[in-house]
Design a protein around this ligand. Structure first.
Ligand SMILES: Cc1cc2nc3c(=O)[nH]c(=O)nc-3n(C[C@H](O)[C@H](O)[C@H](O)COP(=O)(O)OP(=O)(O)OC[C@H]3O[C@@H](n4cnc5c(N)ncnc54)[C@H](O)[C@@H]3O)c2cc1C
Length: 406
């Protein structure tokens, strides 16, 4: 489909134009729904292509309704990782407990999904790529809202005007910075840092996760299949965010290596793999909390607006639900009332999910010997505990049906 085709609806009427920055989870999901509601959508992504593979992510609760409505649930069911066992180890490497994953993640067996991040983004992209314009290897350089629309210049050259711009560009969103200023104001550091990377599966692990804990430190090996590489995670408590390390991979490697220098189990081998890893992902564990998600004709969705942190396991689900709610709120409304409706209908769901975790209190990563001993006791007794009652945070929203499709 050419740009001319995209810019008019079936009756030849000009469609409202929207630029979405970011093509991961929130971006393509939003593009899908906005296209269905009659918008002409362009997505700009700074990476050269959609990233495949990746760490496992959960799609749960209300987010399952979103992917079902998009018609991609069967594909995602086929891609389900089906993690079978979660084994916790003490500091000396002995086993504390081995449990079914849903007992500790809050997921619902046979319903909730865990897929490789690339399988989710691939399914979302495939659902929308024929109807939406994608600009890879480019990004927004400037945004100007002083005219009748949003004037955008692109890093790769060229400028265009859109009716709306949406930032779906993740935790460190540049769109948010354009709109509201530096990230520090909205960044809620949760007291941990983590490094993620892949390493060869020399451990004989299959569809399982093993996690070693010492107070304030955790090392995990996550085998999503039988022969694939394993995902390694090194997570540790650190009272202040290490700003110097965030942009310096060498400093990140040194910080992780010194933090885990005396650790046992498989950690020495993990540190050796970390030194050579070409896919090291290091960040602080944090949330984004904002009083407003929009300004003028620009709004935010997904991690850019309300990252809940990977400790909640809810980032992708919030991104999917947020995209559905934002698009539906704009359907048949002007942007001012559409953005207001988006906040009104979605904020409580976001809050519930963000409140699942507080600073330094992640159940999986106790920071003191006492808290770790309590956590281990709890794990040993898990099978004897009654299941939680009530509606979990990730299912606490029933999706409204928005206006009929264009
Ligand atoms: C190790 C780890 C484990 C996780 N585990 C889980 C889990 O189990 N369950 C779960 O639900 N969530 C999990 N998450 C979180 C989940 O990955 C995110 O919450 C989710 O991907 C958010 O989607 P998003 O589309 O809002 O942002 P992102 O996935 O961060 O995507 C942002 C996109 O914007 C692009 N971009 C960035 N800047 C620009 C720019 N200036 N211009 C153009 N494009 C740009 C990026 O390249 C990227 O494609 C985990 C995260 C990590 C790091």
């Amino acid at each position: 489909m050419t740009r001319t085709d995209l810019s008019r609806d079936g009756r030849g009427t000009p469609r409202r134009t929207v630029l979405i920055s970011g093509a991961s989870v929130a971006g393509p999901a939003l593009a899908y729904w906005l296209n269905r509601y009659g918008f002409a959508v362009t997505v700009v992504e700074k990476a050269g292509a959609l990233r495949g593979g990746g760490y496992p992510i959960d799609v749960r609760g209300t987010a399952l309704d979103v992917v079902r409505k998009m018609g991609i649930l069967p594909q995602l069911r086929d891609a389900h990782i089906d993690l079978r066992r979660l084994t916790f180890l003490a500091e000396d490497g002995t086993e504390v407990a081995s449990v079914h994953p849903h007992t500790v993640t809050g997921g619902v067996a046979a319903r909730d999904l865990e897929v490789r991040r690339g399988d989710l983004t691939g399914a979302l992209y495939t659902a929308v790529r024929d109807d939406v314009e994608f600009l890879f290897n480019d990004s927004v350089d400037t945004l100007d809202q002083s005219g009748h629309g949003v004037d955008v210049t692109f890093r790769g050259g060229g400028s265009r005007t859109f009716d709306l711009v949406i930032g779906a560009d993740g935790l460190h969103s540049r769109t948010r910075e354009f709109l509201f200023g530096p990230e520090e104001q909205f960044h809620r550091y949760l007291g941990y840092c983590f490094a993620g990377f892949t390493l060869r599966n020399t451990f004989g692990l299959s569809h399982e996760l093993m996690m070693w804990n010492a107070p304030g430190r955790a090392a995990a090996l996550y085998a999503v299949g039988d022969n694939d590489d394993v995902h390694g995670f090194l997570n540790f408590a650190l009272p202040q965010p290490p700003f110097d390390a965030f942009r310096n991979p060498e400093a990140q490697r040194e910080l992780v290596a010194s933090t885990f220098a005396d650790a046992g189990w498989e950690v020495p081998g993990m540190l050796a793999a970390l030194r050579d890893a070409d896919d090291l992902f290091f960040d602080g564990v944090s949330q984004i909390r904002m009083p407003r998600w929009s300004g003028g004709r620009v709004a935010l969705v997904g991690d850019a607006a309300y990252a809940p942190s990977f400790l909640t396991g809810q980032g992708s689900s919030l991104a999917l639900v947020g995209a559905y709610m934002l698009a539906g709120s704009l359907a048949g409304r002007d942007h001012t009332s559409g953005f207001a409706a988006y906040e009104h209908t979605t904020r409580e769901f976001v809050n519930l999910n963000q409140e699942l975790v507080g600073e330094g209190d992640a159940a999986l990563f106790p920071t003191t010997a006492r808290a770790l001993a309590q956590r281990n006791d709890m794990l040993r007794n898990l099978s004897a505990m009654p299941s939680a009652e009530g509606r979990p945070a990730h299912s606490a929203l029933t999706l409204p049906d928005f206006m009929p499709m264009a």
